[in-house]
Design a protein around this ligand. Sequence first.
Ligand code: ATP
Ligand code: MG
Length: 468
Amino acid sequence: MTCTADDACLSLQPPLLEVVDLAFTYVGQKQPTLKGVHLTLQAGELVALAGATGSGKSTLLNCLTGIAPEHTGGNLSGQVVYRGCEISHWSIRQRSQAMGVMLQNVETQLFTDQVWDEVVFGLENWNLPPGEIQALAQAALDEFNLAAQQTWRIGQLSAGQKQRLLLACLLTRHQEILILDEPFAYLDAAGVSLLLDLLQQRVRQGQAILLIEHRLELLRTLCDRAYRIDDGQISPWTLSEQKQAHPALKEADAMETSSPAHAFTARVESNLILQTHDLSWGGYPAFPDLRIHPQEVVLLKGDNGCGKTTLLKLLSGLLKPTTGQLDLLAHDVTRWSVVKIAPLVGFVLQNPNHQLFADSVQSEVMQPSVSPDQAEALLVQMNLKHCADKHPHALSQGQKRRLALAAVLARQPRICLLDEIMVGQDPTSLSLMLQTLKTFTDRGGTLIFTSHDPGVAKVLTPRVISLR
Ligand SMILES: Nc1ncnc2c1ncn2[C@@H]1O[C@H](COP(=O)(O)OP(=O)(O)OP(=O)(O)O)[C@@H](O)[C@H]1O
Ligand SMILES: [Mg+2]
């Protein structure tokens, strides 16, 4: 049955959302990315959607919300049924009346340049009375602990704060269906627990939630059901299976007992590869002084917005400090250009889209100093060999993060800075990444990273430096 948005709102037939025999093929691809997808979502249930990186989760989200094929191109078949009505002909705007969506790359969904404007913008588009908008916007910012940043430019927010802002905007609107692509990715522990509580509340109030997340241990108490996508096909999946098969965590246990030499806190070398003194930026208080030895693994830990990314940018030379000094291998490099520091310090950014410039996966890694064998080995190590000819921006988000890491490691830096790059990896891909990093440090590399995932710290056994 084909109908309009108004017809659908009058109907009360379950399930709220149903997908029937959906298939999708990207432009230029011979094989479909999704095929024969059947899925249902009822009011008042939270359903998880899992699957390896690149398996098609975000593609399915795009098909449900109308982003595919309208914005991506490609060939879509099958039916998306909302309240008994086939809605394949509905625009993204029409679907947004029923579905609130949070995309995986937070930056693609922010439209204004100021925090308050962003929350108000979404509400204004819904034609709410101005008085109501003010109250709703204020409550949303309070709820996500962003009241103090209300007058900030969005560019000043950390990734976790941007994620909180997007969630604040989204949850004010109370659509019947919420579709969230890794909404926990950049949240600190307090943000994760706040969101878990809020989602629980929303489900009790009758909203239906489809949630893409790799760390299903976060969701065990929350989810009613789960699906898993493998090779473009979806099947029902029980969350307890995830518990038994979490290779990253298993590996962590094995490493903890088998390689005590990895506990770098016990090292005695006095030579330092990196040292900072009184480093500060932009009028904020100085960071704690760092004294880092070769081969050390250091975790910079702290809540959303505490300055982890800023510190990494200072260490890489991307930002110049307002006060203080940065020494690398006993040289004062505080005023060195980023280009001069780069051969020594590799930096994998939080958002891989800012770091991929070549026209194929292969050439992203095949840089001037890299032999074909080294490039091939890195692509195999990162499980990207099968994508070698693809354009880097046609990769899934998780695949892009692995490629950005491979491209930086290919240049063989002495120090590698990683900004939350382990988010959004399925257990097998996470193990591959962690194993590669372990090899890097075993061969003499020094690692300084940020991550909110306790599973990652368990494997890398870092020295923890807390930032406030
Ligand atoms: N624009 C595009 N053109 C061609 N192929 C694409 C395009 N976008 C995505 N793909 C491919 O489709 C497959 C599924 O990608 P998708 O982003 O849906 O994966 P995902 O399951 O969301 O992964 P992740 O967990 O990493 O986010 C991947 O192999 C990816 O390379
Ligand atoms: Mg995705």
